[in-house]
Design a protein around this ligand. Sequence first.
Ligand code: ADP
Ligand code: MG
Length: 479
Amino acid sequence: MTLGRAGQEEWGRVKLRLKAELGEDVFSSWFTRVNLESCDNGVVNLSVPTQFLKNWLQGRYRDRLIRICQDEFDAVRNIEFFVRGAIRPLGMGLGDAEPQNVDMRQINVPPKPVPRVVAPPSASENREAEDVLAGSPLDQRYSFDNFIEGKSNAFALAAARRASDQRPGEPVAFNPLYLQAAVGLGKTHLLQAIAHQARAAGRRVVYLTAEHFMYRFVAALKSQSALAFKDSLRAIDLLLIDDLQFLQGKQIQQEFCHTLNSLIDNARQVVVAADRPPVDLEAVDERVKSRLAGGLLVEIGEPDYDMRRKILNIRVAAAKRAFPTLVVSDAVLDYVAQNVTASGRDLDGAVNRLVHQNQLTGEEISLDMAELALRDLLRGKETRRVKIEDIQRVVSKHYNVSKADMLSARRTQTVVLPRQIAMYLSKTMTPRSLPEIGRRFGNRDHTTVLHAVRKIEALSNADRTMKELLDALKRQIDA
Ligand code: ADP
Ligand code: MG
């Protein structure tokens, strides 16, 4: 039986217990982005945003989760994790790939992880230190050579090159360098290009995703080697942290802040990347934000036609190495570059799709075929990101209540309903988590948001006028 929405209540209780058992810090580091998707035949299905988080939770918290779920849900035997949105990457073994299971955002050729050690660990015999210097895996294809320059990223590229040339002991031009861009615009590519380049010049470089940073720190705390961990981080020349928006947990941030301060004070280069500016890093505390804002902030914009066309050339060349018989005409590439406009990731997805279909069916990659194969990618391009502020503005205008009232503690019906509707829309129209939404609505608890979401959902199921109102509000917000 699928519990669907009904299971959310049980899941809410599971999370409360996790928080109580593990403490706020560990909980917020690992569990705030775990969603209950369903509960079928005694299996609780949980989704997470990244493979990393999946492995981590499976390795560390599986038994605990099963135990708690068995207490809170009826007749639970097991739990399963899966990665939201991402399914199987398109690999070499196309023969056994099921088309609907291919994650179209992946790149044609599977990444070839290179040895993770960016610079040999110092003389220290300390295992933890080696562990830290190992960093997250790097992808060889993400080099400066493979990075297409254009108006939207020229400044970021120049800054990245400069950071990769930074020599220990020399005055640092800007620190930290903060790269900001929406998904798929090349942040990871640039960070890893810096790592490759600086490593080749013999510098001690650590590239870590924010999640890996948290993982290492929590692991170090557990094994009581936190001091060694900090020392080893401070012994490096260049620290690169990717996807900083995922950094969570008070203690972890304090540690990050110490590391940042100490590296910067010692003229070591720090480069971070995130999908939003420092002020919008909701889970990050003020001290960290102000230190981040004190460096150089560079935004990467969307690639123009010329850049897109060049990125496509690189992708097709890579695909041809994997599938030598592949033929993609210039006309098709022009068409893709004209129509797939949002990001490098979408371009990867487009090439993936074409190659995949071609290899699976033998169909020639013609314009007609491309048009059909890319239809939903192109449809998706109209969707733009909705902001919680837009939702609050539209809803408060519709109900003629002020935004201040909406965010206040007032509980009169005239503000409660608009507030709940705005919370509901924030949950359904943005990728924000319940705690984040709670914070944005006058620092309310996530259970309050959950309650609002359920209530409005129930109302809209029961009452057609409510459903119509929600649709009308959504259209205004989207406009
Ligand atoms: P982000 O980390 O910002 O989400 P990525 O660095 O993962 O984005 O980029 C997504 C894909 O697009 C990668 O395959 C990357 O190589 C490619 N890409 C993005 N920008 C460029 C560029 N300017 N030149 C070449 N490839 C790019
Ligand atoms: Mg990235």
